[in-house]
Design a binder for this molecule. Structure first.
Ligand SMILES: Cc1ncc(C[n+]2csc(CCOP(=O)(O)OP(=O)(O)O)c2C)c(N)n1
Length: 665
């Protein structure tokens, strides 16, 4: 292509900033930004709807850099177009502690970073979620208020990751026409040519999944522009295969070396020459910077017009729009849940907590139109569908329930996009054992503080006959080990109501609800309007007489603890039962409260049909003692049999707990 055009120098500004940023950090990835700078320049200057002075404009287009290793591409664009927080200082401080220019783009650091990317394929999943959110909100609020697009750059790595197939298939099926994926088709990954590991025909693959597909020269601005125009006018999601050269113009062009950090001084100066770039590092000539800043303001009028249209909405609709976009729960949530709690405390049903969860959703969903539920093909088992929702589909955008298919990872990745898009509150169900399949995306929910709610039923050997392939043992430990993730394991319906309330009101972190398949007796027999689960753990049954033992349990094992207490009390052994529905919240209490709930001196026994891993914090910490502590739970995998037999077989019984206490006294 001609290298003396205006387009060339504007794109070269991105390329040079990427080179200079990576060279300054002495780490990072130069090649991808150099390869995709032309596509980015056309997209940002001609198509992307945004206003750099209002990065949070609700109706902006979302740009997702799924190939997150190319983070300097995004930082360069944000700096050039004039995002206030993306100063030149920040670009210079690429990858340094405290800078908003993290190694990979991190949600919440810099404005304009719409979702965290870096684990390949996740951005694509997030983008699919964003496109679903947009369709859903447009159906509800109308296209004058919601009418934007989602654009994402994905590399060979994103497309090789399994999660990509899950979300590509979902997007094609749902006909997410406002979604466009640009594939950085450069034939290179870290180990060498793509052909050493993959020979997929990506064009056919996307076509087979129901996408509109085009191919273009990713360095020809007119071809890129034409492809984008065609993508916009097709009702299907679009993939544009952009043939590009990684590390364009450098001696590392088209090689695996070009993927990483190009820091060699000679290579950089040679490339400067090839680009005809005579400016010092980080120096962008004002003419080019001004042009880019105008690009950043291009959406200014559209944003003002939109604000006027929002102003003109009827008050009810406007209040609703503002509330859901701020992720605020409705005022009547608390009273609605309190009323249900009161009713349940009186009727004391013996039900599985997955069923309890459904009872909660039946009262929440009608008052929270932003709830967008779903399941990875386990709707009837997860109890995630309530009658009012309707199914979200290509034909019915007003539906609020997503059949994600058997795609746990894709579901979780899309839920991240839904959560960070705003305006919708995603929850999605699967069997807890398959948290493993969703884990890559769940970790990002936690890292981003995205308030996705994972409804994970069949949470122990209590699921019975499906056997050890389906019985989680180590999963609670894994989930609890994940920072910024709230893991709730409620003991009965009242605790399930409280868990849902806490999950919904925590807008800065995801939650997992670990729910039973088997019926559980009511444990909370007296109505308390206060949310007792909010402190993470609390005294459920006090010891009669001198307190000699404290039993700690979660979920389905709380009733075992209560029965063990009856046995022990009958023998004159004063026993307290502590229910611990959420360790993270208990940990967050002050020490005085924790000591009041778990006082020193007594024998402590933890009961959970899962691995002991993590329990020592409560058994031995804060003046617990090894000689006075025990655990009743699982030591290996489960087995296939009816649940009750399994509890007896693995020794998770009230009798075993009572024996353990007596042995420790
Ligand atoms: C899930 C995951 N696995 C591995 C990596 C490490 N990694 C980063 S980039 C990359 C190669 C990606 O190749 P491609 O998408 O073609 O990027 P390009 O070489 O074109 O920049 C790998 C393996 C990662 N970031 N995420």
């Amino acid at each position: 292509m001609a290298r003396n055009t205006d387009h060339w120098s504007r794109a070269a500004a991105i390329r040079m900033l990427a080179m200079d940023g990576v060279a300054a950090a002495n780490s990072g990835h130069t090649g991808m930004p150099m390869g995709m700078a032309d596509v980015a320049t056309v997209l940002f200057s001609k198509h992307l709807k945004f206003d750099a002075s209002h990065p949070d404009w609700a109706d902006r287009d979302r740009f997702v850099l799924s190939a997150g290793h190319g983070s300097m591409l995004l930082y360069a664009l944000l700096y050039l177009t004039g995002y206030e927080d993306m100063t030149l200082e920040q670009v210079r401080d690429f990858r340094q502690l405290g800078a908003i220019t993290a190694g990979h783009p991190e949600y919440g650091h810099a404005k304009g970073v719409e979702t965290t990317t870096g684990p390949l394929g996740q951005g694509l999943g997030s983008a699919v979620g964003m496109a679903i959110a947009e369709e859903s909100l447009r159906a509800r609020f109308g296209s004058k208020i919601v009418d934007h697009r989602t654009w994402t750059f994905a590399g060979d790595g994103c497309l090789m990751e399994g999660v990509s197939q899950e979300v590509i298939a979902l997007a094609g099926h749902l006909r997410l026409g406002h979604l466009t994926v640009f594939w950085d088709n450069n034939d290179i990954t870290i180990d060498g040519k793509v052909s050493i590991a993959d020979s997929t025909d990506q064009v056919k693959r996307f076509e087979a999944s129901g996408w509109h597909v085009q191919s273009c020269d990713g360095h020809d601005p007119d071809a890129i522009d034409a492809a984008i125009e065609a993508a916009k006018s097709d009702p299907r999601p679009s993939m544009i295969a952009c043939k590009t050269h990684i590390a364009l113009g450098s001696s590392a062009q088209d090689t695996a070396k070009g993927h990483g950090a190009l820091t060699d001084a000679k290579l950089i100066s040679d490339t400067r020459e090839v680009y005809g770039w005579e400016h010092a590092p980080f120096d962008i000539p004002s003419q080019i910077k001004c042009w880019w800043e105008e690009v950043g303001q291009r959406g200014n009028q559209a944003r003002r017009d939109w604000e006027e249209r929002v102003e003109a909405l009827g008050t009810g609709k406007r209040k609703l729009f503002d509330r859901v976009m701020r992720s605020e729960t409705p005022g009547k949530l608390a009273s609605t849940l309190r009323a249900l709690k009161k009713q349940i405390s009186e009727s004391q049903p013996k039900v599985a907590t997955r069923k309890s969860s459904e009872m909660v959703l039946e009262v929440i969903n009608p008052i929270m139109p932003e709830m967008l539920g779903g399941s990875a093909d386990l709707t009837g088992s997860n109890n995630t569908l309530t009658p009012d929702l309707g199914v979200f589909s290509a034909e019915n955008r007003k539906g609020r329930y997503i059949h994600y298919g058997i795609r746990e990872h894709g579901m979780a990745a899309a839920m991240n996009g839904l959560a960070v898009h705003g305006g919708v509150r995603p929850y999605g169900g699967t069997f807890m054992c398959f948290a493993d399949y969703a884990r890559g995306a769940m970790r990002l929910s936690a890292l981003m503080g995205a308030p996705a709610i994972y409804v994970m039923t069949h949470d122990s050997i209590g699921l019975g006959e499906d056997g050890p392939t389906h019985q989680p043992v180590e999963h609670l430990a894994m989930l609890r080990a994940t920072p910024n993730l709230q893991v709730f394991r409620p003991a009965d319906t009242v605790e399930t109501i409280e868990a849902w309330e806490l999950a919904l009101t925590a807008t800065d972190r995801p939650s997992v609800l670990a729910l039973s398949r088997q019926g559980l007796p009511a444990m909370r027999l007296e109505h308390k309007s206060k949310n007792l689960s909010a402190q993470g753990a609390y005294v459920l049954r006090e010891a009669d007489g001198k307190r000699q033992a404290v039993l700690m349990a979660t979920g389905s094992e709380v009733s075992i603890a209560v029965t063990a207490r009856d046995i022990l009390q009958a023998e004159g052994i004063g026993t307290r039962v502590v229910s611990m529905p959420c360790w993270e919240l208990f940990e967050a209490q002050d020490e005085a409260y924790r000591r009041r709930v778990l006082p020193a001196g007594a024998v402590r026994v933890g009961i959970e049909a899962a691995s002991r891993f993590g329990w020592d914090r409560w058994l031995l910490g804060e003046r617990g003692r090894e000689a006075k502590a025990g655990f009743v739970g699982m030591e290996g995998f489960g087995a296939s049999a009816p649940a009750e037999e399994l509890y007896a077989h693995f020794g998770i019984t009230a009798e075993a707990v009572a024996e353990k206490v007596k042995a420790l006294l």
